[in-house]
Design a protein around this ligand. Structure first.
Ligand code: ATP
Ligand code: NMN
Length: 389
């Protein structure tokens, strides 16, 4: 009797072949993605810095970074290694500017969900407002020094002395990183406001750093560049990016809505909104907060605005760092405590406080009596004049 040899069933054979095919394909695609990664790592490295008030930071401020990174990645021309948000100094004095401490805290909260956009508080720590060119130069120099100071393989994450805004992994190579100014079309157009920008600064920014401009309703950056000789001369260094998903949310819009007591939910990061509420920023109540009645934890900022008169009596950076940490996780310390000196009409009167009411419809300014007489007299000196509602 002839034994019947039974071959593996046809389906099994073809399945095996398919698996081998898939295995080969995977190997190929792994090789391919390794190749793409390698090619990417050869691209020139860039980082973005956005200068502004961020009072408060909006989702569009962060979208600018994402839009810009997408653009360069899709063009395949550069590798984006980091994003920096640099709030302007308190003495910039723009209407609606919250204290730098609050603006930095809000930026920190807003960037919590990003793994590449970071806050730089260097600008707010200076003795005075800094021109944007100087801000760019400082950050560029810091990056250059950092790259030149260590060989590839240096462990940035372990280095606690590094500025918090510094993009990580810069030591992967010795290739330079060019820091570009990231802005909206309106900021570009402010170059034409007489006396606002020095021509030499504009030239330095476009010639030596580079500008990345995101379109914004109400501005026409393409035409603006065409109309300017300097910008046209250096237009190779200007990247104009159309934002196809525009969102006209702005800090001033947020402030206006809050001032009217209207909702800004879904227009702002929830953490930022929570902070605004907690610190009573921008709403009608906060209108009556002056330096004199500022909570203790904001005192470092007081020293700034007083031209650093008191700055030497305590460490500004220590204080900021401490407050920044507080902002990361809501802390009862940020709530008004018994020592808080801020409250306003409609609120329960705190113990030991004095109310000054002069008539219906008028704002009430309340100053909590201080144990310390000296502090009280300072507070009184700066007391808010009555405001007609
Ligand atoms: N909706 C937006 N689209 C494009 N760019 C924006 C938008 N909002 C802000 N920017 C850009 O963000 C940067 C920081 O701006 P800034 O903090 O002054 O914000 P802002 O919302 O324009 O403030 P404000 O409303 O107080 O004038 C600027 O370069 C500005 O052009
Ligand atoms: N000459 C300058 O360098 C110059 C002039 C005006 C504004 N800025 C900067 O532009 C940013 C945005 O300012 P605005 O919110 O006023 O548009 C801020 O960071 C501010 O410091 C720089």
């Amino acid at each position: 009797m002839i034994a019947k040899i039974s071959w593996p069933n046809h389906n099994i054979t073809s399945a095996a072949c398919r698996w081998i095919g898939i295995y080969k394909d995977r190997k190929k695609s792994r090789k391919m993605s390794a190749f793409i990664e390698e090619t990417k790592s050869l691209l020139p490295r860039i980082a973005f810095i956005a200068c502004g008030c961020f009072s408060p930071p909006t989702p569009m401020h962060l979208r600018m970074f994402e839009i810009a990174r997408d653009h360069f990645e899709m063009q395949g021309t550069h590798r984006v290694v980091g994003g920096i948000i640099s709030p302007t100094h308190d003495s910039y004095g723009k209407k609606g500017l919250a204290s730098s401490l609050d603006r930095c805290a809000m930026v920190k909260l807003a960037t919590q969900s990003s793994n590449w956009i970071r806050l730089s508080d260097w600008e707010v720590h200076q003795n005075q407002w800094m021109r944007t060119q100087a801000v760019l130069q400082h950050h560029q120099n810091y990056i250059n020094n950092h790259i030149n100071s260590g060989g590839p393989g240096g462990d940035d994450e372990q280095d606690t002395h590094l500025a918090g805004w510094l993009p990580r992994g810069l030591h992967e190579s010795r290739d330079p990183v060019r820091l570009k100014l990231l802005c909206g079309g309106d900021l570009l157009e402010s170059f034409a406001v007489p006396g606002l920008w020095a021509e030499a600064d504009i030239e330095d920014i476009v010639a030596n750093h580079g500008l990345v401009v995101i379109t914004r309703a109400g501005s026409n950056p393409g035409k603006f560049i065409f109309d300017s000789d300097i910008l046209t001369k250096y237009q190779n260094n200007i990247t104009l990016i159309t934002n196809w998903v525009p969102n006209e949310v702005s800090s001033s819009l947020i402030r206006r809505l809050l001032g009217r007591g209207q909702s800004v939910k879904y227009l702002l990061d929830d953490l930022v909104l929570e902070y605004i509420k907690r610190q009573r920023l921008f709403n009608f109540k906060s209108k009556y907060i002056t330096d004199a009645v500022r909570p203790n934890h904001l005192l470092f900022n007081h020293a700034y605005t007083d031209n650093n008169q008191n700055a030497s009596s305590y460490s500004v950076s220590d204080q900021l760092e401490q407050d920044m940490d507080e902002s990361d996780t809501p802390s009862p310390q940020l709530q008004h405590t018994a020592t808080s000196r801020v409250f306003c009409c409609g609120e329960a009167t705190l113990r030991g406080s004095k109310m000054q009411r002069s008539g219906p419809g008028q704002a009430v300014q309340v100053i909590t009596m201080q144990a310390d007489e000296k502090e009280e007299s300072q507070a009184k000196k700066k007391k808010i004049s009555q405001v007609q509602l």
